[in-house]
Write a protein that binds this ligand. Sequence first.
Ligand code: NAG
Ligand code: NAG
Ligand code: NAG
Ligand code: NAG
Length: 486
Amino acid sequence: MAKLGFTWFVFVLLLVFGFVVSTREIAVTPPLPILPLPSASQLKWQQRELIMFLHFGMNTFTNSEWGIGKENSSIFNPMGLDANQWVDVATDTGFSLMILTAKHHDGFCLWPSQYTEHSVKSSPWKDGKGDVVREFVDAAKIRGVDIGLYLSPWDRHERRYGQELEYNEYYLAQLQELLSRYGSLQEIWFDGAKGSEAPNMTYYFGDWFSMVKELQGSNINIFSDAGPDVRWVGDEMGYAGCTSWSTINRTLLKIGDGSIVGYLNTGDPRGTDWVPAECDVSIRPGWFWHKSQTPKSLSQLLNVYYKSVGRNCVLLLNVPPNSAGLISDIDVRRLAEFQKAIQNIFSTNLAEQCSITASSQRGGKRGGFGPQNVLDNDHLWTYWAPGNESKDKHWIEIIGLKKGFRFNVVRIQEAIGLGQRVEQHEIYADGNRIAKGTTIGYKRLHRTQGVVQARQVRILIKKSRGLPLISSIGLHFDPFWHPKIS
Ligand SMILES: *[C@@H]1O[C@H](CO)[C@@H](O)[C@H](O)[C@H]1NC(C)=O
Ligand SMILES: *[C@@H]1O[C@H](CO)[C@@H](O)[C@H](O)[C@H]1NC(C)=O
Ligand SMILES: *[C@@H]1O[C@H](CO)[C@@H](O)[C@H](O)[C@H]1NC(C)=O
Ligand SMILES: *[C@@H]1O[C@H](CO)[C@@H](O)[C@H](O)[C@H]1NC(C)=O
C-alpha cells in the first residue's frame, strides 16, 4: 500500500514537473504580418544599403552624357581598364552590389553582342577581342561581390529603333545574351527614356520582365519606375521623401510617366504592392566621367546618405570609371572618407548597455518581445512588440547612466519582415521633443538640430498600421553634422 502511494506520489510529481517545464518552454507566437510583405530578394536588397552604379562607355571618351549614336567605335580604347580595381574600390568602401551600364542611349555595347557591329568588337581595345561585361563579372565573382546590369531601351544607333516589333526583338535578343552568358545577376535596371526621333516607340516591358524572371529566377530584382521589385525614387538627387513607404499601388505606375514622381517619392500607406525605392545619384555632377568634374564633398555625400538610407531606401551611388578604364584616385579617396565617416558615426551605439523600458510588451516579461531586443545585432527578426491589449500610445524609452548621452543622430528600424507599419512618431529627450516624423521603415535616421545631452530618450509611436514592431534603436554622434550647412 505504502509502495503504491509512493509510486503515485512520484507519478504526480513528474506530471507537475512536466507541466511546469512545458509551460515554460512554449513560446509566445509572433504577431501576424501586415501585407504586403517583401520577398526574400527584396529583403536582401534592402539590407545592402549601398549599391554602386558604374556609367562607362562611349560617352566616357566623348565628354558627353548622351551620345548621339554616330560615334566612331575607334575612339573606345580604355588602355588601362582594370575591373579588379573597380571591385576592390567597392569592397573597400562598403558596396556589395555593382551595376554596370552594358549599353547606354548611344547604343554602343560593352560586350560583343552578335546582333550588332556597334560594340567593343569594332573598337581598338584589345584588338576587338575584349568584353568589358565579362571582365567586370569575373572580377566581382572572385571577390564575392554581386552584379547587376543596365541595358538602355533607348538606342540612338540602332536603325531598327522606331520600328516597334523589330526593335523590341532586337532589345530582347540583347537582353537574353546578357542574362544567359554572365551567370547570376542580382539586379537589372530599366528606364523609360525615349528620344524625339521616335516619341511613340513602345517598349515591351511585359515581355522583357518575363524573360528576366525566366532566365534568372527569383533572386534578381527588376528596377524600373514601376518596379516590379524595386522602384525609382522619383528624382536624381538621391533624396527619398520624408515620408517613405515601401508599399505602393503598382496599377497606378507607368514607366516614363513624369506625373507620378511625387507618388514614387513617398509611396503609399495603403499600397497593395511591396516595391521599395532606390535613390540614384552620381558622386559627380554627370553620370559619365568628365575630366573637368570633381566628386561631391564628404558632407554632401553624408547628406545624401541621411536622405536615402536614412529614409528607408537604398542608395545607388554612381562612380564613373575614367577614360583610362579606372575609377579616379580623387573618387577613391572620397569614397574611403565616406565609408570611414559612416563607420565612425554608426559603429558606436550610445544606447547600448542602458536600461530600456516600454509601454507594454507582447506576452509579458517572458514573451520574448521585450524592448531589449532593439539593442541586439539582429535588425530584422528580433524586435520589441507592444502587448495588443494596450490602448495607449506605444512608447519605448532608453535610460542612461547618471551622466546621460551626448548625441545628434537617432536611428530607428522597423521589423519590416512583418510589414511596414509606423505612420507617425516623435522623439523626446528628458521630456523635450527633439524630432518628429512619419514613416520609419527599414531604417530611419533623424539628425537633431543641435547636440542633445540627455538622460532619457523616449520614442513615441503616435500612429501605426496595427502594432508597431521596432527592431533596432541607436543613439549616435556624428562629428561631421552641423545643422547650419545643410
Ligand atoms: C572611324 O575612325 C577610323 C580611324 O580614325 C577611320 O579609319 C574610319 O573611317 C572611321 N569610320 C567612320 C564610319 O567614320
Ligand atoms: C505620336 O502620337 C501622337 C498621339 O497619339 C500623335 O499625335 C503623333 O503624331 C505621333 N507622332 C509620331 C511621330 O508618330
Ligand atoms: C491603393 O490601393 C488601395 C487598395 O485598393 C486603396 O485603398 C488606395 O486608396 C490606393 N491608393 C491610391 C493613391 O489610389
Ligand atoms: C491578444 O494576444 C493574445 C495572445 O497572443 C491573444 O490570446 C488575444 O486574443 C489577443 N487579443 C486581441 C484583442 O487581439
